[in-house]
Design a protein around this ligand. Sequence first.
Ligand SMILES: [Zn+2]
Length: 404
Amino acid sequence: MTAFPRAALALAAAVWLTAGATPILGRESPPAERGERLEIEVRRGDTLGSLLGRAGLDATAAHEVVRAIRPWLRPTQLRPGQRLSIQWSPEGPPRLARLAVLTGFGHHLEVSADGNGSLAGRRVEHPVRIETRWAAGLIGPSLYASARSAGVPPRILSRMIRALSFDVDFQREIRRGDRFVVLWEEITDLATEQRRPGALLEAGLTLSGREHRLYRFSDEQNDRDEFFDAEGRSARRTLMRTPIDGARLSSTFGRRRHPVLGYSRMHRGLDFAAPPGTPVYAAGDGSVVRAGWNGSYGRYVRLRHNSVYETAYAHLRAIARSVRPGARVRQGQVIGYVGATGRVTGPHLHYEVLVDRRQVHPLRVDLPAGRNLSGAELESFQRHVRRIETLRAAAAHSPGCRLR
Ligand SMILES: [Zn+2]
């Protein structure tokens, strides 16, 4: 880790140094003479105060510096191996003239004294270079292992999985021999030469011959990235919050007195009162996990929409014939009919939304809302897709990319 802050501090030093002194980098220098600049490395257990003491500052002066720095540097941002670059005032009693510390990717903190000797800090942004990287290949035992060995950074891989998770069930649909393609930005901090993945530009999977390909397109109104397929359809599929027509919400999510058992307990779903036989819809595309009798739930259907979201439907009078474990369902498809099976006081649908197998409040869960592009926005998106494809074609011939 010692190599990483050096260049930033060298850059900071380049800003400070007036007389062409050689920066003392790479080794810790002894307490400085006035006017000199020194490097101090953070050791385990160091505080800013102890570091400044080692740099030769007395307790009062160190306290002043700590106070000046506090708004910009949290104590947790100091890590062993990190380097502080310190310069003393050239004249008068020993005082801090400047201090620089790398505080994160692409920026450092600089504290300097004004003419009166009072200290102020500022964040200094480094220039960066953005390049396009891509990887593609066959999936072996796992997408994760294959993409990692093709050079896809973990952060990009997790964004890819998130973007595709409404189209693809990552735990079930990926097979050996399927293919992936990923295009992303790599950002280089030109002061430190440190690299970091930037935006995911394109994510593609070809699963059992079926292609899923998404492109990032930034939404200028909401200032956030969204992913769309080549036709401009949003990658995000929302779940229906009310998977039944014309029903009255008769009991909401939360602690309540149980109508049958009499005592207070947590109600982990929504109840919709409706006449027996009212159709119940699949809240989203997915596959059937369970369909049949389930104790106090009565006749019960559980759907899996992706690796995160599931929905469950209870007390059904009947389950639709095609709804069997493993079957695919489409959003809005009738999966069963309202009934009063299991532990109930009357006919109603008990509806649950599960995130990572835990019931959440269906009306409060942040269900991603998809939207489709049209008109001028769609045209702009299609130009963007062509540009991305061109970038990928160019990246395929550039050195440094790894592909199989
Ligand atoms: Zn209920």
